[in-house]
Write a new protein. Structure first.
Lengths: 301, 317
């Protein structure tokens, strides 16, 4: 190659690189800007949104929307600012969401770990068949079991209770068992066997050796589960319509449908979505690397 | 559910190392293991039987009954199924769902593939990957409401820009021909970073020396992409497609909080139809039959995709 062609190749490489980075910038802008728009709208006053609809800064800055979300405005004030004036208690929904997500995550991860240990480390007849059956249920679409489960919860008289909300999730997830089983199988047996020679029983080995060693994958699983549960909409929509158990996702759609005669309460709605999104965003900022790195494929092989 | 495909921390290498044979505790431990295993597995087993296995069987049973929640389910044989095949709303729901899946998956896979290549070759920082994952972490409902606002006919920023460009405003959620493409687009926005990360993981699994050989041979980037990247990526792409298509068929949240299935029947996807039948009309038998059909379709789709794309074979070996 002559020096000329080399410089030409270099130049085209440069242009290609610039083009690639431009695409990355576009992708980032498309991803991030809507979130900024959400924040901007939440900090605006409803009445100024129309006349000031393209400025990136809040139109007529106000905390009113957040006050409405948390029920800190009187009905008259709220209506005057373009809210519905309806009584919406987001503190309550926030509490419900935290309760629902925490209980289901804790139960699911712990019980899945127990089961995963039995599948990975203990020997019992039919083990692999039962495991295959568990895995097969990952294929069943949630709506398919949601209808009979709804009937079950209804017959048990548990509609609109936390028990009804959490029961189908709290005992296991096939994915969780699969995920932790993979990890347990890759753990070295030596420490366990040494402990066993000392006469330690499986329960003690599980709690004192296996669990502490599996803290990292269990944290990852808990994080993914928590985010998924926090965002769950369909099941709470079916069994948790009443105020006292209503979670944020369900509360949000009520917020939307409660818009008054005129235009919807956009800034209130956006403030509400921010409140609902913030806990997950905090988790993500704190443990983002874990989430990003946990999404991949080797687990499926 | 969040992820079905997740990476195991790459701790020790050989996960399927056979258990040590001839251990000290062989024969005697066999029965003991069963008893302790039951103790370990009992909570999961209760959950599995009560909320997964029995409901599955009950769902199939209910699909052969007429059941309005009040009273007992009444066995009517395949009547629900014959009614469904004559049900125009069902066929409409299927057509709408397929249209949604087509737009959603087509666009999403293309964009995600592009993003994955960028993540692999150019933007290698975890921060950028994290930022692109952001929409996926936020609830469907929130994403739907955010875009419902941004795409609003009167005040939405998108329509403001459109009219600023001198084009006519678009009723994104309010018109029959736009509703499904709009919902599909919203979910592309939510899922593109996540799908890109899945594909990115597949790209990382392609060994570097294959590329080195190609560049020594003077292959152009396009040639490298089509002759090396794509064939080697195929198993991963097949899995990604199976997972995303199955998820896509079950679209509900976005529809429920934006259009509610309308205008008219324009966005009544199959899961929306099941929901309305069960909880709007209290027709649980019919709704169960619809979900059996959805289940069968999903199983078929997964099977055909795996077969067609040979998702379980790798060209790497």
């Amino acid at each position: 190659m002559t020096t000329q062609t080399i410089t030409r190749v270099r130049k085209s490489m440069n242009w290609r690189l610039i083009g690639a980075w431009a695409l990355v910038a576009v992708a980032l802008a498309v991803t991030i800007l809507p979130f900024l728009w959400m924040l901007r709208t939440a900090l605006s006053s409803n009445h100024s949104l129309a006349s000031n609809s393209t400025n990136l800064l809040p139109a007529d800055f106000s905390w009113g929307a957040f006050k409405r979300v948390f029920g800190m405005q009187s009905a008259e004030e709220a209506i005057a600012e373009g809210g519905s004036g309806a009584n919406i208690d987001f503190w309550l929904y926030l509490r419900n969401s935290i309760l629902f997500s925490t209980v289901t995550t804790a139960g699911q991860v712990f019980f899945s770990a127990l089961a995963a240990y039995a599948f990975a480390r203990l020997r019992w007849p039919g083990r692999d068949k039962v495991f295959a059956l568990f895995l097969a249920t990952m294929m069943i679409p949630p709506i398919f079991t949601a209808l009979p489960n709804f009937l079950l919860i209804k017959n048990l008289g548990l509609l609109n209770t936390f028990a009804g909300l959490t029961l189908p999730f709290v005992f296991m997830s096939a994915f969780g068992i699969f995920f932790l089983r993979q990890f347990f199988m890759s753990m070295s047996r030596e420490v366990e066997e040494a402990a066993m020679l000392d006469g330690a029983k499986h329960l003690r080995i599980f709690f004192q050796i296996v669990l502490p060693n599996a803290a990292a994958p269990m944290a990852t699983l808990a994080l993914l589960t928590f985010i998924g549960q926090w965002n769950e909409y369909f099941w709470p929509l079916l069994v948790g319509q009443e105020e006292n158990v209503r979670v944020l996702t369900v509360g949000l759609s009520v917020f939307k449908s409660q818009s008054p005669q005129g235009a919807p309460d956009w800034s209130g709605l956006m403030a509400a979505t921010i409140v609902a999104a913030v806990p997950v965003l905090i988790l993500f900022i704190a443990f983002g690397k874990k989430v990003v790195n946990s999404i991949g494929f080797s687990g499926i092989k | 559910m969040m992820t079905t495909l997740t990476n195991n921390p790459p701790t020790r290498s050989d996960p399927r190392r056979p258990a040590r044979s001839g251990g000290l505790r062989r024969g005697a431990a066999r029965l003991g293991d069963l008893r302790i295993a039951l103790l370990f597995i009992v909570p999961a087993l209760i959950g599995f039987i009560a909320f997964c296995l029995v409901p599955t069987i009950r769902g199939v049973y209910l699909s052969f009954t007429e059941y309005s929640v009040l009273g007992e389910p009444e066995w009517i044989g395949v009547k629900n199924y014959t009614a469904i095949f004559a049900d125009e709303l069902f066929w409409n729901a299927m057509a709408v769902t397929v249209q949604y899946v087509g737009i959603n998956i087509g666009l999403q896979t293309l964009i995600a593939l592009g993003l994955a290549l960028l993540m692999h070759r150019v933007a290698k920082s975890t921060l950028i990957r994290g930022a692109l994952l952001l929409p996926f972490l936020v609830a469907n409902v929130i994403v739907a409401l955010l875009w419902f606002w941004m795409l609003d006919y009167q005040l939405g920023i998108v329509n403001e820009v459109i009219s600023w460009l001198g084009l006519p405003r678009i009723a994104f959620f309010g018109s029959e021909q736009w509703a499904i493409p709009t919902i599909a687009f919203v979910n592309v926005w939510r899922h593109m970073g996540y799908t890109a990360l899945l594909i990115f993981a597949g790209l990382q699994a392609i060994p570097n020396h294959v590329y080195e050989v190609a560049s020594l041979d003077g292959a152009s980037p396009a040639r490298t992409f089509w002759s090396i990247t794509m064939p080697l990526l195929r198993p991963v792409l097949a899995l990604v497609l199976v997972v995303t298509v199955i998820g896509s068929f079950q679209v509900f949240d976005t529809v429920a909080v934006t259009t509610g299935g309308g205008p008219v029947n324009a966005s009544r996807v199959i899961q929306m139809y099941i929901y309305q039948k069960a909880f709007g009309e209290s027709d649980f038998g019919y709704a169960s039959a619809l979900s059996v059909i959805l289940f069968v379709i999903l199983a078929l789709v997964a099977f055909i995709q795996m077969k067609f794309l040979k998702g379980n074979e790798s060209d790497l070996d």
